[in-house]
Ligand binder design. Sequence first.
Ligand SMILES: *[C@@H]1O[C@H](CO)[C@@H](O)[C@H](O)[C@H]1NC(C)=O
Length: 218
Amino acid sequence: MSVDSLKNYFEPLFEHLDKQLAENGEVAGFGPGFEEEVAKAYIALDGPYEREASVLCNKASVAEFEYETDLLNITKEEAATAASIAYSQFELKAFDDFISQFEYENFEDADLKRQLKFLSAIGTSALDDTDLKRYNEVLSEMSKIYGTAKVCSYYKQDCDLETEGFALEPELTAKFSKMENYEELKYLWKAWRDATGPKMRKLYMEYVELGNKAARST
Ligand SMILES: *[C@@H]1O[C@H](CO)[C@@H](O)[C@H](O)[C@H]1NC(C)=O
């Protein structure tokens, strides 16, 4: 994005700043202090970035929660993936159009510099649409495996998983945090890994691959 389109976007702000500078007897221009003011206005709490980011982030979190608490519902899974992708796409666009345009290393305001540094770390939002979709699917598949796997009790190892099995939440988490019987803990841990690990192996490799791809592209 060029300085011109930045200027168009912030025309009202520029007018305001120009007027202030003129009143103080200073010459208006697109100097470093000016760029800093633009960046500050862009990420301000009532600014354009925050307005959109907070809505999309909230939608993605709510959809994720809906899915995580109902892991077998395909509709919720798709909704969570879609909401996460929408948020990532916004982050990438904000980064390309604005955040990456600011030479914030030269800014005076330490808080602003820190905020822009964080906003520059867009992670997997840098992936293209196909990879981004796949990345979100992989994550949601792994959540499902993790969240729905069941294991039998140490005391009834041939139980009916469907009706008697322990899931990670709440039974296993509670047991792992409180139980002190070594043999029982070892059994449960192994049973849990056996029920999840082999199913996640390929997905996890894909997850790492896509994460690395994102890291290389930013
Ligand atoms: C999945 O969730 C949607 C939205 O809450 C709901 O309408 C639908 O009935 C659910 N489907 C199943 C199979 O539970």
